[in-house]
Ligand binder design. Sequence first.
Ligand SMILES: C[S@@+](CC[C@H](N)C(=O)[O-])C[C@H]1O[C@@H](n2cnc3c(N)ncnc32)[C@H](O)[C@@H]1O
Length: 248
Amino acid sequence: MELPVILTISIGGKIKEYFAISGDKLHTDLGVINLDELNGKSFGDTIRSHLGAEFIIRKPKAPDLFKYAKRTGAPMMPKDIGVIISNTGLCSTDHVLDAGTGSGILSIYLGSIAEKVVTYEIREEFVEIALQNFALAGLANIELRHGDITVEIQGLDEKFDVITLDTMDASKAIPYVPRVINPGGFLAVYSPFFEQAKEVREAIEKTGFAEVTTIELIEREIAFTGRGTRPSTSRVGHTGFITIARYY
Ligand SMILES: C[S@@+](CC[C@H](N)C(=O)[O-])C[C@H]1O[C@@H](n2cnc3c(N)ncnc32)[C@H](O)[C@@H]1O
């Protein structure tokens, strides 16, 4: 079995987990795990530390990458990624254009579903980290290109079914979306501030799309405690506004 793997153990009813990325030993508070012993094992099998703690071996999936992948900035939250996936109807034959790559978390979720993802990152120092994260995710269908999407989109001669923009200057790329989007394709733009969301809406209106909606998704976790059950008092606050527009 190849790395990475997630190793989980239940201690006193609480789940602890460890992300084993590389090397031949993993040092944990429950002992040292010899990762060579993963050879010949399958997901769901167990592996023991030198102190006898027994861990279940799990295959990492996109939510694990959200938790454990190296970050270059704020990745998109899974709740917002869910809105993009559901509202664009992303499917296994789709080709996606994404920018900016950042830590690559959105690209990893998109690449887990779509046929191909092309993602642009303007900052060279972020490119290597995102590439490492794609390798950890085991995805070979994500092509990372170094460049400014607002410039690169003007020269692209490929077509995409879904275009996702998570950059402060997304509105500058929007006028060029019609030249690279397939008929009936979707544009999804993530904007942390009202001001940006407004710029995005204005650019969409000027460019001309068939439909457009902007939403904010509020997530409330429910806390189950001995005292009672209610929405958690510590929660994720505002993350961003998501604008979804469909091209003719
Ligand atoms: C908020 S992060 C994206 C996070 C990413 N969606 C994720 O889930 O990990 C924004 C990224 O866009 C990059 N960026 C900003 N402007 C850009 C542009 N014009 N073209 C390409 N990348 C850009 C930034 O360097 C940064 O890494």
